[in-house]
Write a protein that binds this ligand. Structure first.
Ligand code: SF4
Ligand code: SF4
Length: 294
């Protein structure tokens, strides 16, 4: 463990609240002003390519543990939706995730190849988020190698990330950029997807300071959502499907790019919580250990 991680763990052991203040800093929103004034780009976009995961984390905030019959998305569908979005907005950071994106390597490779072409000029960084349990195929390695914007982020769940070391060795060997996240950090408990009896003030405050609202707007199955929890919760039938809470790219009115851009930016800048926030308690800052398996 490095010195910084050691200090972080010490602070956390002293007071988890102090650790939140120092490291999580929910009240900070350094991109807030940019988010409000940028008209032609998104700062971050999470692109879901599969509902399948190689792990079943009890506290997965994105609700992947609730899928009984998870499915991969198809290359055609993912690329069609991404293409439509990129046609009207640039994306500074595109995160590709699942579930576990390397569980759906054919689509991952296709998306990376698509982003090696013209469309890739409209994307700043490409960040593939993995739990480090699957080794990429030769084809997928090639797709990552040939897209110079590709970066692999290892979530680093200790023993749960069973093939991480092997995967990192491959990245080094093949000149693929990667980041290893700090394993000492804990998760926040987002709670089960049930309606909580919290006050309006709590829900508003939770939404305002929510990390996912600021950093994890999500493109999934033709919808643009505030966060992945909302996206999956609606698809799973666990959260209310309120049409005004997201943008349905398949709506015929979005043959007009200006309308699509305006409505996506409306979600990004939305001040009022979405219905899903009443089914979430991340604003209580309850700490849980990372990646506990069900
Ligand atoms: S937290 Fe990551 S590894 Fe765990 S179930 Fe969710 S997507 Fe899978
Ligand atoms: S449901 Fe609301 S509070 Fe919960 S993660 Fe999504 S945006 Fe944040």
């Amino acid at each position: 463990m490095g010195i910084k991680q050691g200090i972080k763990r010490l602070v956390f052991n002293l007071s988890s609240g102090l650790a939140d203040m120092l490291y999580r800093r929910p009240y900070r929103d350094p991109e807030g002003k940019t988010r409000l004034k940028t008209e032609d780009s998104l700062l971050h976009l999470d692109l879901v390519i599969t509902e399948c995961c190689t792990r079943k984390c009890r506290d997965c905030s994105n609700l992947m543990q609730y899928y009984q019959c998870p499915e991969h998305l198809s290359s055609d569908d993912v690329i069609r939706d991404l293409d439509k979005l990129l046609d009207c907005l640039r994306v500074d950071e595109l995160k590709i995730l699942g579930g576990e994106p390397f569980a759906n390597q054919t689509v991952l490779s296709d998306v990376l190849r698509y982003l090696s072409g013209k469309a890739g000029e409209r994307v700043g960084k490409i960040n593939i988020i993995t739990n480090g349990t699957v080794i990429p195929s030769d084809d997928c390695m090639e797709a990552m190698k040939t897209n110079f914007k590709a970066l692999v982020t290892f979530s680093n769940y200790g023993d749960v990330s069973s093939r991480q070391d092997e995967f990192i060795a491959l990245c080094k060997e093949n000149g693929i950029n990667y980041i290893l996240l700090d394993s000492s950090f804990y998760w926040l408990d987002f709670g089960r997807p049930v309606e909580y009896e919290e006050s309006e003030d709590f829900v508003k405050r939770q939404y305002k300071y929510c990390f996912n609202r600021k950093n994890c707007n999500t493109l999934y199955r033709g919808g643009f959502y505030v966060c992945a929890r909302q996206a999956h919760g609606i698809h799973l039938g666990l959260l209310p499907d309120v049409k005004s809470d997201y943008v349905d790219l398949k709506d015929p009115k979005y043959s007009d790019n200006d309308a699509l851009r305006r409505d996506i930016l409306g979600i990004v800048r939305r001040k009022q919580p979405v219905s899903a926030c009443r089914y979430c308690i991340n604003g209580k800052y309850i700490h849980v250990p990372k990646a506990v398996q069900k």
